[in-house]
Design a protein around this ligand. Structure first.
Ligand code: KMH
Ligand code: ZN
Length: 279
């Protein structure tokens, strides 16, 4: 069994900077958190950007600047979010790929998202999948519900494998409206991956809020990888706010080492995911 790949999702689109001052929202804060998270054991950074008022943005110039700055300062695999916020238009979400990231997210279906709806139409998913293949961008398929595994099986059957021909998915559990964030749900997802997706498919898992720890331990038990970060969790423990993303990455790296699956390097992660610059 391989070591553990850790993705950090430092910012997201939903957490309010006014309520969580440690949330990185400026480019300097993003770079600073990226450097510390790489040192703590992360190999992928899942990026959402904010504007000058700390609101979510898909501004193309900011996206390009962020990709360049992260490449200048770290060896992390830069994964841009094409999910954005629930209010982002499809055209702007597709245009994220113009910033030429190493990876991008691709959510495999529409899901209720608290009181909102995170919309992912089938035709939009197909377009995203095909554009990523054309541009040699490696997708991370985001699965918020068990039906998203079947949707991914259908996508791959009808439209082929992604760039690099390796499939990597991420279970995003505990979203109000999606699948629950607990160990038995991770088991159900891991079994569905083995049953319906190509042999060798790798998965990571993240749990929103207090589901973070059960999901982390269950993913490790199933040979899965981990995603952590303030996009998903802003409490380190009961009544203990997260001090920074690196705190969450360090805990995940420690858990991985206890599971005898220590973190892999960014070089190993590029090979695992068959990235274009893996050799
Ligand atoms: N912010 C959520 C609506 C992704 O990054 O691809 C979508 C999300 C998924 O975070
Ligand atoms: Zn995201």
């Amino acid at each position: 069994m391989t070591g553990t790949l850790i993705t950090v999702a430092p910012t997201g689109a939903e957490v309010d900077k006014a309520e969580v001052p440690a949330l990185p929202v400026t480019l300097d804060e993003l770079v600073d958190t990226a450097v510390h998270c790489e040192r703590a054991g992360a190999s992928i950074i899942h990026v959402h950007l904010r504007d000058d008022a700390a609101r979510p943005t898909l501004d193309p110039v900011r996206l390009r600047d962020a990709v360049a700055a992260l490449r200048d300062t770290t060896d992390l695999i830069v994964q841009l979010s094409t999910g954005g916020s629930v209010r982002d238009e499809e055209a702007a979400r597709l245009a994220v790929l113009d910033a030429e990231p190493d990876m991008a997210s691709c959510t495999m279906g529409t899901v209720n998202f608290g009181g909102d709806v995170f919309m992912n139409r089938w035709d939009f998913i197909v377009e995203l999948h095909e554009r990523m293949l054309e541009r040699a961008v490696v997708p991370e398929y985001e699965l918020f519900d068990l039906g998203h595994v079947a949707a991914l099986e259908r996508l791959l059957e009808r439209h082929g494998l992604p760039f690099g021909e390796h499939v990597h998915v991420d279970f995003v559990l505990g979203v109000p409206g999606g699948a629950a964030g607990d160990a038995s749900t991770v088991t159900a997802f891991a079994e569905a991956v083995r049953r319906y997706l190509p042999e060798g498919t790798t998965f990571s898992a993240t749990g929103i809020g207090k589901t973070s720890l059960p999901v982390m331990f269950a993913s490790l038990a199933h040979g899965g990888h981990l995603r952590v970060g303030m996009e998903d969790t802003v409490s380190f423990a009961r009544r203990q706010p997260v001090t920074g993303n690196d705190q969450l990455v360090a805990r995940a790296a420690y858990a991985a080492s206890l599971a005898e699956r220590p973190v892999i390097s960014t070089v190993e992660a590029r090979k695992l995911l068959r990235m274009r610059d893996a050799d």
